[in-house]
Design a protein around this ligand. Structure first.
Ligand SMILES: NC(=O)c1ccc[n+]([C@@H]2O[C@H](COP(=O)([O-])OP(=O)(O)OC[C@H]3O[C@@H](n4cnc5c(N)ncnc54)[C@H](O)[C@@H]3O)[C@@H](O)[C@H]2O)c1
Length: 355
C-alpha cells in the first residue's frame, strides 16, 4: 500500500467471540481507522471500544447518526441476524463484510445479495480459509481436481449449537471445494447424526460436480481430537494440506515420471516390488507458500488480517471483493443441500432418522 492513501473509517457490528477479533485486526491495518463498535450488549460494546480506542453504540442507527461517513463495516452478529444488521448499512451503499455463513437460508442469502446489488454496495463474505496461505498455494496451482477428501473435526466447544455442524463448520470446506472444483454442483448425498440437540453434530457428504469432480467431506464437533485436512487428487498432482498448521505437501506426477516409468517396467516384467517403499520412491515437495507479487509477506501467516486487508483494498478501489456475495450464496446453497440430503437419508431398521 502506498503512503498518502485515503484512510477508510470502519466499524464492527457484533463484538462477541469473532467480532472482537475484527476490531483488534482493523486497529493494525494501515489505511483503516476503527471508529466504532456496535453490540446489543452495551457493556460488551463499551469494553471492546475502551480496549481499541473507539466509540460504542447499541444499534447500527445510533452509530450511523454519529458516523454517517463510515465506509466499511464488519457484521459479526449471530448468523440469524446477518440480514437484519447488514440491511441498513447496505441500503446506504456502505460496504459490508458479513461473517460466514452469509445467512441461515438461501432465501436470506439472496435477499442480502440483492440488497447489496440494488444499492451498489460492496459485499464480502467472511470465508477466512480462502486467505489461509496453504489454501492460496493450492488455488494458485490451478489443478483440476478429480476428487477431494476433507476432514474438519474438533472437540465440543458448546458454541453455535443453534445451527448444525454443516452450517457452522463444513461451510468453510464447502466454499473451498466449490472454488477448487470450478464447476456447479450436480448431486449431493449425505448422512449425519444429531447427539446433543435437534441439529446434526457429525456429518458426511459426497458432492458430485457437473464436471465429474467428487468431494467427500466429513465434519464433526464431537471428536476427541482436532483435525482440519484437505487432500486433492488430480491427474497431475496430489496435494495434502493442513488448515491448522497452514502447510502442506505436493507430489507432482511430472516430477516423478521417471520413477513411475521404472516401476511400471518392473511390474510388467513380473518383478516382486513388495519390499519397495513407495513413499521414498516419489519426491514429496512442500507447498510453495511464497507471497504472490503484490501480497504482503507479513500478513500471510494471519488469515483474518489478510481477509480484512483484502476487504479494505476492495472498498478503496471500488471493486468486487475476492470472496463475494455469489461465493457466499453458493456455500449456503451447498450447505442447505447437504442438510436436506441428511434429512432425506433413510436408515434401514430405524423407524425415524434422528436428523
Ligand atoms: N470466520 C470464522 O472462522 C468464524 C468463527 C466464529 C464465528 N463466525 C461467525 O461470526 C458470527 C458471530 O459468531 P460469534 O461466535 O462471534 O457469536 P457471539 O454470540 O460470540 O457474538 C455475537 C455478538 O453479537 C451481538 N448481537 C446480537 N444481535 C445483535 C444485533 N442485532 N445488533 C448488535 N449486536 C448484536 C451479541 O450481543 C454478541 O456480542 C456468526 O455468523 C458466526 O458463524 C465465524
Amino acid at each position: 500500500m502506498s503512503s498518502g492513501q485515503d484512510v477508510i473509517d470502519v466499524a464492527v457490528v457484533g463484538v462477541g467471540r469473532m467480532g472482537r477479533h475484527h476490531a483488534r485486526t482493523y486497529k493494525k491495518i494501515a489505511g483503516a481507522r476503527l471508529v466504532a463498535v456496535v453490540d446489543a450488549d452495551a457493556e460488551r460494546a463499551g469494553a471492546v471500544a475502551d480496549e481499541y480506542g473507539c466509540e460504542s453504540f447499541g444499534t447500527v442507527d445510533e452509530m450511523l447518526a454519529k458516523f454517517p461517513d463510515v465506509r466499511a463495516v464488519s457484521v459479526a452478529v449471530p448468523t440469524a441476524y446477518h440480514l437484519r444488521a447488514a440491511t441498513p448499512l447496505l441500503s446506504r451503499g456502505i460496504a459490508c463484510l458479513v461473517e460466514k455463513p452469509m445467512a441461515p437460508t438461501v432465501a436470506e442469502a439472496k435477499a442480502l445479495a440483492d440488497e447489496a446489488t440494488r444499492h451498489g454496495a460492496i459485499l464480502q463474505i467472511g470465508h477466512t480459509e480462502r486467505f489461509n496461505p496453504a489454501v492460496r498455494a493450492v488455488v494458485g496451482m490451478n489443478i483440476r481436481p478429480r476428487f477431494m477428501e476433507v476432514h474438519r473435526v474438533s472437540t465440543m466447544t458448546f458454541r453455535s449449537l443453534d445451527v448444525g455442524v454443516v452450517m457452522d463448520m463444513m461451510i468453510h470446506d464447502l466454499d473451498i471445494v466449490l472454488t477448487l472444483a470450478g464447476s456447479p454442483l450436480a448431486r449431493v448425498d449425505a448422512a449425519g447424526v444429531a447427539v446433543l440437540g435437534e441439529h446434526e453434530d457429525v456429518a458426511n457428504a459426497r458432492l458430485v460436480f457437473q464436471n465429474g469432480c467428487v468431494a467427500n467431506l466429513t465434519a464433526s464437533r464431537l471428536a476427541l481430537k482436532t483435525e482440519r485436512k484437505l487432500r486433492v487428487f488430480s491427474e497431475d498432482a496430489y496435494v495434502s494440506l493442513d488448515y491448522q498448521k497452514r502447510n502442506g505437501v505436493v507430489i507432482h506426477r511430472a516430477a516423478n515420471s521417471d520413477a513411475l516409468d521404472e516401476v511400471r517396467r518392473q511390474l510388467e516384467s513380473g518383478e516382486d516390488l513388495s519390499s519397495l517403499d513407495y513413499s521414498r520412491l516419489v519426491s514429496v515437495e512442500e507447498l510453495n507458500m511464497a507471497a504472490a507479487p503484490g501480497e504482503a509477506e507479513d500478513w500471510r501467516n494471519d488469515p483474518l488480517t489478510a481477509e480484512l486487508t483484502s476487504f479494505i483494498d476492495a472498498v478503496r478501489r471500488g471493486v468486487t471483493p475476492e470472496v463475494d456475495a455469489q461465493a457466499g450464496f453458493a456455500a449456503v446453497d451447498a450447505a442447505e443441500r447437504v442438510v436436506a440430503a441428511i434429512r432425506a437419508h433413510r436408515w434401514e431398521g430405524l423407524e425415524k432418522a434422528r436428523v
